[in-house]
Design a protein around this ligand. Sequence first.
Ligand code: ADP
Ligand code: MG
Length: 263
Amino acid sequence: TQQTAAGLAPVQAVQADSEGARPLVELAHVEKHYGRLHVLKDINLQVCQGEVLVVVGPSGSGKSTMCRTINRLESIDSGVIRIDGELLPEEGKDLARLRAEVGMVFQSFNLFANKTILENVTLAPIKVRHMARKDAEDYAMDLLARVGVQSQASKMPSQLSGGQQQRVAIARALAMKPKIMLFDEPTSALDPEMVNEVLDVMIELAQEGMTMICVTHEMGFARKAADRIVFMADGRILEEGKPDEFFDHPQSERAQEFLSKIL
Ligand code: ADP
Ligand code: MG
């Protein structure tokens, strides 16, 4: 179903900003260990409003961990993380509020198996954003239409294909009206023929100005959608640059080796 993403209407308008782009996400000197494993090493990163950052790197390099620290699914040992200028706290109301600004889509779709597609998308807006049910349902139907699965609204997740479920997961994240979307290998668990229907939705989101951090091995997508590529290895950001610079002229040996294996 290639028409799925067509007609995707703007979800988040980019505001004209006379001061130029402001960082929506900032990580400064972030360090994290799992026991003796030093998994994030002096991570410094800024993602500006409307920017699409693609994170690549070998398995085990800390890409998922970095994403998970951005909404405190993982704690950090030291350093700071700011969301739209605000320090991400360890816990409490402010954490819940900031977390709601960050939509996350994982490799496994994690839809609630015992709820309909529509309920999956309306649950958090009603509970967390205190939206009226009718408003939440109207907005959810709008989002489901945008990702091309409105006709599935009353079905259960198991009745949908993997690609459809992942598009529902994207709609569910968008329903919270996040300022930024994190995607952690959203197409890795999909059958090959379903990869593009999900990437197409992501490309449209990017074109509409959504601020995005995407961990992916889909290099075609990275070249097309990314404003900037970050290459991670062994818990460090080793390279950062425009897609063409990175793919055509990787600087580090690790990046050259990585690209020679996947391209
Ligand atoms: P990537 O997403 O780049 O593949 P991850 O962030 O998942 O890398 O993992 C980085 C390293 O941290 C790996 O060595 C992994 O085994 C380890 N790791 C990830 N999660 C945990 C955890 N909860 N406990 C202990 N080690 C972990
Ligand atoms: Mg990972």
